[in-house]
Design a protein around this ligand. Structure first.
Ligand code: S3P
Length: 166
């Protein structure tokens, strides 16, 4: 069975861009949990959070991750909160190598401060919120098989590092 490459990490850590590049270089399919959820519901993530709430979103996410984890040889771009449900990492690790793209709260803030589509960060103090969520999630992200430094300005570093490890 060919292992999946699984990317986890905070919003703005570069998972989607790194995933697309890995997919190109490895000629592998790239699937993103957020995009699959939006397709299934016919709504954006923002709309799902607004109309049905975070728990509903996390249930959908768990179902999608379970299905993705059964695939082989794909690159999986995970939403930043997948680590919040224990089962997700367990399922993903069963047939995948999990990479945590680590970027600091300050780097993340600089990257996403002008974006409006992330419901969890539509607050008056986004940097404070990022730091709070980051600290809560760090022990969970650290359960990945490998941590990859994603603080740099380009994705070449993380892509090369991941390719070396697989
Ligand atoms: C979330 C991250 C988002 C998306 C949702 C919740 C989170 O995905 O799933 O807004 O809890 O960190 P990205 O990490 O792709 O932005």
């Amino acid at each position: 069975m060919k292992k999946n490459i699984v990317l986890i990490g905070f919003m703005g850590s570069g998972k989607s861009t790194v995933a697309r590049e890995l997919g190109k270089r490895l000629k592998a399919d790239v699937l993103a949990s957020d995009a699959l959820i939006e397709h299934k519901e016919g709504q954006t993530i923002h709309e799902i959070f607004e109309s049905k709430g975070e728990d509903y979103f996390r249930d959908l996410e768990q179902g999608i991750i379970k299905d993705l984890a059964l695939r082989e040889g794909i690159v999986i771009d995970c939403g930043g909160g997948i680590v919040l449900r224990k089962d997700n990492l367990k399922n993903l690790k069963a047939n995948g190598i999990v990479f945590y793209l680590q970027a600091s709260p300050e780097v993340i803030y600089q990257r996403i401060k002008h974006e409006k589509h992330r419901p969890l960060l539509q607050v008056s103090d986004p940097l404070g919120r990022i730091k709070e969520l980051y600290n809560q999630r760090l022990p969970l992200y650290n359960q990945a098989d490998f941590t990859i430094d994603a603080n740099g300005a380009t994705i070449e570093g993380p892509v090369v590092e991941i390719l070396k490890k697989i």
